[in-house]
Design a protein around this ligand. Sequence first.
Ligand code: ZN
Ligand code: ZN
Length: 137
Amino acid sequence: MLGHISKTHEPATCVVCRREGRPGEQFHYVTGLGAVCMRCGLELVECSSCGKRVKRITITVLRGRALCLTCYKAERERGEKRILKEVVADSLEALMKKVAESTPEGFRFVGVRLKTSSKTTWQAEYEREDIFEMRCS
Ligand SMILES: [Zn+2]
Ligand SMILES: [Zn+2]
């Protein structure tokens, strides 16, 4: 549960109550929101997606929506930008064929590398088409 929460180093200003932290006071960083003091962090907020009431320090704000951990994970998976797929092939020819065949819909093949300590297992990387185009144009 602590994955996306980290302590901020400097005394920060709470984005919720605008109170400045005293030196040494613990603030929590909420992804997409900013630093919150413990009091605000422990307040219950409603998840924009499922409506569950959860502590503010456990939410992630994504495109303006506060999401609980479960919804955030679901959302992130749906919005995957890159996909890594393992492809087993013993020749370059077979590899390229398999890579092309296993391209997920809406994705572009961007690269391949041999899996660490393997001679036949490759990791093919695909990037979501819209991201790919944004980067290349
Ligand atoms: Zn606060
Ligand atoms: Zn939720």
